[in-house]
Design a protein around this ligand. Structure first.
Ligand code: GAL
Length: 823
């Protein structure tokens, strides 16, 4: 029996390896390779015999907009990149032998934007919303005689259709799925855990089985559950009958003893293997990855497996900086890991459904997710936004999002929208809110719904807030107590907070709260932002004062392309172009810059959200010409005390929580002009070149130090790589951090040297960046200027194993080389 189990286990894992990840089936063929692309309208390109031999050949994922060039004529709000216009993709292929007589579906995990699809000249369907996946049954359109088929896809992203950089193209995976007439439907399993305790998990599995044949089908539906170590721990089956050309849901539950529960610290994942057998023959297998966990939301907080957890959350847009919106698993994995290192346990996918890969990673890393559907409903924020499609598509889109994502243990709430303009519309707003809420509940009653609301008190008075389970509050820390008092039963959390802005490594003195700065950058003393924004400290304070609040989602974890507030635009619903401060074109909101390099704010959050001792010092110590002037030095730490030394001389020891730092704070609904922060320590120090050093103490003992020295002239390039080995699969990435250092290895904080890259071996350079929001250099170039002493090179493996070697050179600097193995 044990041997049989083991065999089954390994067979199962073979199926997993063959089929990729969640919801993939054994017969799924990845269709990312060998597409032809044309970046303009092409008359007749939908026809099978259209000549595309001159078109560019490429593999997916592909985002044409990230290739640039940056231009003022594109909206800075959307990254100043050519994301609108028409793009065509065509793929030629022969139908696999195995597809004869089968059901063949073509699946797009997402296509940006307004996709229309033809197969062999026949229109098979369209899908406007770029963030949702869709599929078409193309069995009838395909040729099975060995001759060639052509898929043609036309995408038409519009100008003024987004408030941020959306990307453009077939930016997520495409699949060809071959099935018997009887098979599990798309996103066809729905696995819930009505009971999860330390001792037992009850697992409920509703699987939709499709019968596309003209005869009634008698089949057996079997589910086997595998523990994280691959051992089969439960199994259940039932016979069902499905009428011809219809589908049927099989509902089966079983018990798993002593479950290893999924949580943010130990994200244990189980798998369910669903097997459909007809006349003694296996006709379909379908794998679903699940986590056994319970969630509960009360007016006192959020509980995961009965344990109260506060959201140390971040809002994230979907782009990955220099890679644009193209989905690379490693890019998202790195992004989420950096967030975890900051102390993050929760993500809000602002303001759209994320990729499948993104949610798989959240499952794996133990991050809870607020899965968000829309940024707008019917009332437009920008003229050509989703509002254009809402009436026709909203039901389908939101239901598909819930259907697609409802097996992810990471997903804990469905957000039907962000700062929806219908919030205050007493007549109709609440009706739409209710409608979307009901759609979510119809597909998944196990999770609550939410909406991010920014117009307190309007949504409460218009009966809008009451249509969702959990009220999300954007930017109202000073109102928590009042909301609680007025609506004592409503569970609440802060769906968007802070919106503080900064440019990595940039410090403006003296510290003042300005709206904009002539450099088109923002100082990293972490207190500048638009009128609704405030420093992180303010949110920390009000969350502590109101402990029933479930936590916060900061705007944002990472910088993203577009929305360069406080430059270029007035607010988040201004129509028209945002090019007033060109070349500013990407966000300053991130705690981490576009490269993934932490800004100072990263450490402020880390000091508040993590307990492993850390200490961080700012600013840099290169203030030539300012000798004797006062420089404010800030320390972000979770130590009890910290002592600052300048060239060995103590500037005093400060106690965290007792010694306060006065911040200039001014934002909507805040009375007063300053805020005494107990979350940062600070000293005013007369500048002298040399070294500043901070010592951190815990329980009176010295446990950590951090120091910054005045750097000399740039002398060399230092390269470091994020991993020592990557997969030779043509999609894995290596991130190389480039630092410009003086001869002693100090980072040169103002260095902007141009670095030239060359790559040899089993991979290529696919993107460069430096996190500078105003740089118009191409992300695709083989060179990049440093910004605040750093830049980034991203390498992609080829399908050959071996070594990739990157050489970095710069005039007058000692060059450097680094290698990585691909396996
Ligand atoms: C919010 C909005 C976000 C972003 C942010 C910038 O109001 O929901 O999408 O625009 O402002 O502060």
């Amino acid at each position: 029996m044990n041997i049989a189990k083991k065999l089954l286990g390994s067979l199962f894992f073979l199926v997993l390896i063959l089929s990729g990840y969640q919801s993939a089936q054994a017969q799924d063929i990845n269709f990312n390779d060998s597409w032809s692309f044309f970046n303009e309208e092409a008359k007749g390109a939908e026809m099978a015999n259209f000549d595309d031999s001159n078109w560019r050949k490429l593999d997916l994922p592909h985002d044409w907009a990230i290739e640039g060039p940056f231009d003022e004529k594109y909206n800075a709000r959307c990254g100043g990149l050519p994301f609108h216009g028409t793009g065509w993709y065509r793929k030629h292929f022969k139908t696999p032998e195995s597809a004869k007589g089968k059901v063949v579906r073509l699946e797009f995990e997402g296509a940006m934007y307004d996709a229309h699809v033809w197969v062999n000249g026949k229109f098979v369907g369209n899908r406007p919303y770029g963030y949702i996946g869709f599929e078409f049954d193309i069995s009838k359109e395909l040729k099975y005689d060995g001759s060639e088929n052509v898929i043609a896809v036309r995408l038409q992203p519009q100008d003024l259709s987004s408030r941020w950089y959306p990307g453009a193209g077939l930016y997520r995976s495409v699949w060809l799925k071959i099935d018997e007439a009887v098979h599990v439907a798309q996103w066809g399993t729905y696995i819930t855990t009505p009971t999860v305790t330390e001792k037992i998990a009850v697992v409920q599995n509703e699987t939709t089985v499709v019968n596309k044949s003209d005869q009634k089908a008698s089949v057996t539906v079997k589910h086997e559950y595998f523990a994280p170590n691959g051992e089969m721990v439960a199994s259940v089956e039932e016979p069902i009958e499905i009428e011809a050309n219809s589908s049927k849901v099989s509902g089966l539950y079983c018990k798993i003893n002593n479950p290893l529960r999924w949580d943010t610290e130990t994200p244990n994942l189980y798998s369910a293997l669903t097997t459909i057998t007809q006349n003694g023959k296996v006709v379909d297998t379908y794998k679903t990855r699940i986590g056994l966990r319970s969630i509960a939301f009360t007016k006192d907080g959020f509980f995961l497996n009965n344990k109260k957890i506060r959201f140390n959350g971040v809002c994230l847009h979907h782009d990955n900086g220099a890679l644009g919106s193209a989905v690379y698993r490693r890019a998202d994995q790195r992004k989420l890991q950096i967030m975890k290192d900051m102390g993050v346990n929760a993500i809000r996918t602002s303001h759209n459904p994320p990729s499948r890969v993104f949610l798989e990673l959240c499952d794996e890393l133990g991050l809870v997710v607020l899965d968000e559907a829309f940024d707008v409903w019917k009332k437009a924020k920008v003229p050509n936004g989703y509002n254009v499609f809402f009436e026709e598509w909203a039901e389908r889109d939101i239901k598909d999002m819930v259907r697609r994502d409802r097996n992810h243990p990471s997903v804990i709430m469905w957000s039907t929208g962000n700062e929806i303009l219908e919030q205050g519309d007493k007549k109709n707003g609440w009706k739409v809110a209710k409608m979307l809420n009901d759609y979510c509940k119809e597909i998944d009653p196990t999770r609550p719904t939410t909406v991010g609301m920014n117009n307190y008190t309007a949504p409460y008075e218009s009966n809008f807030a009451q249509q969702t389970d959990i009220a999300g509050i954007n930017y109202k820390p000073t109102k928590y107590a009042e909301i609680r008092e007025t609506y004592p039963e409503l569970p609440i959390y802060a769906s968007e907070t802070s919106s503080c802005t900064s440019s990595r490594g940039v410090y403006h003195l003296p510290i003042e709260k300005y709206k904009t700065h002539e450099s088109i950058h923002v100082s990293s003393y972490d207190l500048i932002g638009p009128p609704w924004a405030y420093p992180p400290d303010v949110e920390f304070h009000f969350q502590e004062q109101n402990p029933y609040i479930m936590g916060e989602f900061i705007w944002t974890g990472f910088d993203y392309l577009g929305e360069p507030t406080p430059y270029g635009g007035k607010d988040n619903s201004t129509n028209g172009y945002w090019n007033g401060d060109w070349p500013s074109h990407s966000s300053y909101f991130g705690a981490v810059d576009l490269c993934g390099f932490p800004k100072d704010r990263f450490f402020l959050y880390q000091s508040h959200w993590t307990t492993k001792p850390m200490i961080h010092l700012l600013p840099h110590w290169n203030w030539e010409g300012m000798e004797g002037d006062t420089i404010p030095v800030y320390c972000y730490t979770n130590c009890d005390e910290a002592e600052l030394f300048v060239n060995g001389k103590s500037m005093g020891r400060k106690v965290k929580g007792k010694d306060l730092t006065e911040l200039i704070v001014k934002f909507i609904r805040y009375e007063g002009e300053t805020f005494q922060s107990k979350y940062r320590l600070s000293w005013n120090v007369p500048y002298e070149a040399g070294t500043i050093k901070v010592v951190g103490y815990k329980d009176g003992k010295e446990i950590l130090t951090e120091q910054i020295s005045t750097a000399g002239e740039p002398a060399k390039i230092n390269l470091s790589i994020d991993r020592s080995e990557i997969d030779a699969d043509g999609t894995d990435l290596a991130y190389v951090t480039v630092r410009i250092e003086d001869k002693d290895g100090n980072i040169c904080p103002m260095a902007d040297n141009l670095v030239n890259f060359s790559v040899k071996g089993a991979g290529e350079l696919i993107a460069v960046d430096n996190g500078n929001q105003i740089s118009l250099e191409s992300f695709q170039a083989n060179h990049r200027k440093a910004f605040s002493g750093m830049c980034l090179a991203i390498l992609r493996s080829s399908k050959n194993t071996g070594e990739i070697t990157l050489t970095a050179k710069s005039k007058k600097l000692k060059s450097s080389q680094i290698s990585i193995t691909t396996k």
